[in-house]
Design a protein around this ligand. Sequence first.
Ligand SMILES: [Zn+2]
Length: 388
Amino acid sequence: MTAAAGLYPLGNASTAELRAAGCPPREFPSGMAPQPVPCELRRDLRRAAEEYSQRVGGGVRGGMRLYAKAAVLCATAAVLYLSLLLYVSSWTFAVPILVLLGICLAGIAFNVSHDASHGSFCRSRFGNRLLALTFDLLGASSYCWYRKHNVKHHGYTNIEGEDEDIQVGLVGRLSPYARARKFHRYQHIYLWPLYGLLAFKWHLYDDYRDLMKRGMIGRVRVSRPTGREMVLLVGGKLAFLGVWFALPATQRPIGAVLIAYLVVAFVLGLVLSLVFQLAHCVEETKFSQSISTESPFPLGWEAHQIEATANFACQCRWLTWFVGGLNHQIEHHLFPRVSHVHYPGLAPLVEEACRRHGVRYSVNESLWAALGSHYLFLRRLGREGVLL
Ligand SMILES: [Zn+2]
């Protein structure tokens, strides 16, 4: 393995991280797992990473650029929160500020919580773990997020029954292998506002359900939280209740606090859902059936990740800044432990490697094109009653 391959690790969580998360890595389909086909694509992706590394002088973290962005987002959220708490008393001013606060919190989730959870925000493992706790302040347990996002979603992207990001229950059909129901034919109309319920689902249901469960993620057994993890988890829930409800209730009537919560959580859920949907649930991406076979990734793990993912609006600098590089989702899925500030630089090299190996590298050129593709995807899947 070259130096750059070590600097730019392909694949998901490291062995140590998986062990720490209670997920034995033996059978985890990371980029380092044995593959049924000779993976020349992996070799070329490593070469691409090496070439990029030499060009920028090494390093996989975001450095000052990322720290400055995080500081701007956190300071903006604090100013908006305090102004609502102490100064703004008219709903005419409060509603736009609440919407801005929801957008700002989504920016923190993308740029700080998500990166830290992947271990890519800063050099220090402790620092990343500490910053991943910002998920708890947003109401989503960082403990559950790691298992659902880093292990399930990144390990088994767009695989029916494994990737929770494509499971929305009865209400919608986000995979051609999910059961179709008659009312899904209208999902391209009614699902959009329902995306705003994501944060409520975290707050009221998901984390508690996940904690009750003990079982398998794909072919990996997941253990229940240990004592220290449980303390952090409960502490995170109490901190969330304190920041979102208890502290505001000391300054404002409880009815106003509840309305404010509904607005902020709806905007937060809507923005987060849309960004994740535009990367995986569009006309250009591939889906697979539940993994039960010996080789769940017949073309190799990297090719699976690339074809199950699409980039969007890569030239749009403000969007790339705000969504923490998640519009370069292909590079994120290949190099999740590399800071997102490097994705635009890695993208042309990854695209070239894909072209050489005949792997489809999908990009929607603009945000509108991606939204249109998601609309057509929802409409097509809602109308199809049979497997593709
Ligand atoms: Zn991720």
